[in-house]
Design a protein around this ligand. Structure first.
Ligand code: SER
Length: 315
């Protein structure tokens, strides 16, 4: 039976992934960890430990205590926060990943960690961005993501560690809000559409970025972890995207349900600059070919779900 340690379990991905993994592999098979002592009801339904991922010994002790064979390392700062706190971003994003790699090496664990569309930069081809291309990001988050991709490749080639990863686009969910990201405007727009019927976007119209609805992202994590390793040519940092949208396309999709919805624009220089340095639309064909990546939600299907769930939540 699998024993999976999840770091950053109270974050945007972790808070939904833990429940899904527990359904698949059993409640006791998933050890949720986060820097916070308090737990949400979801992660509290099974083993939970407070863990600061920059403390490698503490990570080892927890992994060893539960006999884990898999680490899903999610704890990280997102792009806008990393730009404001670059030293902390490096220490958490790379320090935490190094600890996860070393614990995995010591205990022989399989390791998943997300990369991002932020691993590309202004000199990268913006459309149909290939799996392998120029990666010279100019944000601290992007720098940490490229370094993380290389570290995971290094541990695979040098030590035979079974490292796997995806370059996630903006992830959209109504359950746990994202924080400090550049793609967060999508979730904010849905929330404000339901709550106030209007939204001021911090990204300008025409800013195209890749996005994905959270259920597809969770399925992608499980698929890549369960994929036949012998078929993976890249192993780490696979491009995955479900849609490429800009704020106007999103507003139009919302207007199919809330016709009076209004959007105006007040670009935030920091997040606009980050968004402008990322691709418009990445090419996911390596993921489709090597491990059968697929998605179930396009923009319209995601919009129906987001609006109905947010209305029920009373946002
Ligand atoms: N969603 C992330 C961000 O905006 C990108 O990986 O920071």
């Amino acid at each position: 039976m699998k024993k999976i340690l999840v770091t950053g379990a109270l974050g945007q991905i972790g808070s939904e992934l833990v429940g899904k993994l527990r359904n698949l592999y059993g409640t006791e098979g998933v050890i949720a960890t986060d820097i916070l002592k308090r737990t949400s009801s979801e992660v509290a339904s099974g083993p939970y430990e407070a863990l600061d991922v920059t403390n490698g010994l503490a990570m080892f002790d927890i992994a060893n205590k539960y006999g884990v064979d898999t680490i899903i390392h999610l704890a990280a700062l997102l792009s806008a926060t990393s730009e404001e706190k670059p030293v902390q971003a490096w220490q958490l994003n790379i320090g935490g990943l190094m600890n996860a790699l070393e614990v995995s090496r010591s205990l022989g664990c399989q390791l998943f960690t997300p990369s991002s569309i932020a691993a590309f930069g202004p000199t990268t081809t913006k459309d149909h961005t290939p799996q392998e291309t120029i990666q010279r990001p100019n944000s601290m988050y992007g720098v940490s993501k490229v370094a993380g991709e290389l570290l995971c490749d290094y541990y695979y080639h040098k030590f035979g560690l079974d490292t796997r990863g995806l370059r996630f686009p903006g992830l959209i969910s109504y359950v746990t809000l994202p924080g400090g990201g550049t793609t967060d405007y999508v979730v904010e727009m849905y929330i404000q559409a339901v709550a106030r019927g209007k939204y001021t976007s911090y990204l300008s119209p025409g800013t195209f970025l890749d996005m994905m609805y959270m259920p597809d992202a969770l399925d992608a994590i499980i698929s890549i972890m369960e994929a036949d390793g012998s078929k993976l040519k890249h192993r780490n940092a696979f491009n995955v995207s479900a849609m490429s949208i800009d704020p106007e396309m999103l507003a139009e999709a919302i207007r199919k349900h809330i016709p009076a919805f209004k959007v105006d624009y007040k670009p935030d220089p920091l997040r606009q600059a980050i968004a402008d340095s990322w691709p418009n639309a990445i090419d996911s064909s390596a993921s489709i070919e090597q491990w059968g990546f697929q998605v179930n939600y396009d923009l319209d299907q995601m919009t129906v779900e987001m609006l109905s769930h947010l209305a029920v939540k009373g946002n």
